[in-house]
Design a protein around this ligand. Structure first.
Ligand SMILES: Nc1ncnc2c1ncn2[C@@H]1O[C@H](COP(=O)(O)OP(=O)(O)OP(=O)(O)O)[C@@H](O)[C@H]1O
Length: 338
């Protein structure tokens, strides 16, 4: 039984994705290999135009694969009817779908149509599933509201609830956080992670938010242009430097201490500072913008900055020559006097 649970719910081998047929065929990427397991949130990371959406659409059966095979469990996708596929995978796309006069409940209830057919007549079981999913997505209190009256973050939660109601083992989302503000992005990503765990299903999404994807994903598919797809947990990929090939920019650098990519500033000066670790991080980031590297020391001999009891002291030849309370002031003073 445990083996069954560990078996991939979806896998693909030597997959070629793209568009068209014959001489006009456009291959977007080939030799793609990957798999999805239950209870796992996987994020696809890759540059614009690499083929993330094309891959997601191919895996969901929205477009034909050019070569290779996609398996749902042990069954090739080509042998699964559309009706059966919609009971195995639900899809949330980026497109802003406008449905005038439809309430949140009505939109979410569409998730039952693979089971109920064209008229989607709901029974008590369906009703309970819808309420439960809206509740898990934190949107139940808006169930009678029009979809058109919701914020982008709330809308996204409705479409995630609809996907849940479809009761599939896999949910695929194309850039679910694309139009959302910082808080809503975190909420939606955290919700997706909780859903993967609590429902023991597999969630696959594409994202351009590297920071968030690295913090919240169990697994990353790093999509290199034209392939391959490199798979691993975020920290293994970071340690191996796998992102460096994709994030090619002179303005970006991996910070090994913080385990994240940051804007790179060339530094021309060093400033020795005695302060807490928390203040060191803030000063580092403020001074970096002025091309000054902050070095944390135990004692200031000769020159440097001391922060204690809420006060910055600028020390020159062991004499305090300036004091202030804010980071802005100490940065400003240092720029003029170092
Ligand atoms: N319908 C289509 N017909 C032909 N080529 C297409 C079609 N849709 C997309 N493409 C091309 O396929 C390639 C991959 O596009 P895709 O949208 O999958 O990339 P993506 O990684 O999702 O990009 P982004 O990060 O910008 O969303 C691009 O070169 C794109 O121009």
């Amino acid at each position: 039984m445990e083996n069954d649970m560990n078996r991939p719910v979806l896998s693909f081998h030597n997959l070629t994705i793209g568009y068209g047929k014959g001489p006009k065929q456009k291959v977007v990427a080939k030799e793609l290999i990957g798999s999805l397991k239950r209870g796992v949130l996987t994020s696809i990371i890759g540059s614009n135009g690499t083929g993330k959406s094309t891959l997601l659409r191919t895996l969901a059966g929205f477009q034909t694969l050019l070569d290779g095979e996609v398996f749902y469990g042990m069954t090739p996708i080509s042998e699964i009817s559309n009706a059966d596929l919609s009971k195995k995978v639900s899809v949330v796309l980026t497109d802003r779908i406008e449905v005038p006069n439809a309430t949140v409940f009505e939109i979410a209830s569409l998730g039952r149509s693979p089971y109920n057919g064209r008229w989607n007549r709901l029974d008590e079981h369906d009703y309970n599933l819808i309420i439960e999913a809206l509740d898990q997505c934190g949107i139940l209190h808006k169930k009678e509201d029009l979809l058109s009256s919701l914020s982008d973050g709330e809308r996204q939660k409705v479409f995630i609830a609809k996907a849940l109601i479809q009761q599939t083992d896999i949910i695929i989302l194309d850039e679910p956080a694309a139009f959302l503000d910082f808080t809503a992005r975190i909420e939606v990503m955290k919700l997706l992670r909780d859903i993967a765990k609590s429902r023991n299903i597999s969630i696959l999404l594409s994202s351009h938010d590297l920071d968030l994807a690295l913090q919240l994903s169990d697994n990353i598919w790093l999509f290199y242009p034209h392939g391959p797809l490199v798979e691993g947990i975020p920290e293994d990929l970071l340690f191996k430097g796998c992102f460096n090939d994709i994030l090619k920019s002179d303005h970006l650098k991996y910070n090994q201490v913080r385990a994240r990519y940051e804007v790179y500033y060339e530094t021309f000066q060093k400033l020795r500072v005695r302060c807490t670790r928390e203040m060191y991080s803030l000063l580092s980031s403020a001074f970096k913008r002025e091309n000054i590297e902050v070095v944390l020391v135990e004692e200031i001999t000769n020159d440097g900055v001391i922060w204690e009891q809420g006060l910055f002291s600028f020390v020159k030849q062991n004499q305090t020559v300036f004091q202030c309370e804010t980071i802005a002031e100490i940065v400003h003073y240092t720029k003029r006097n170092q």
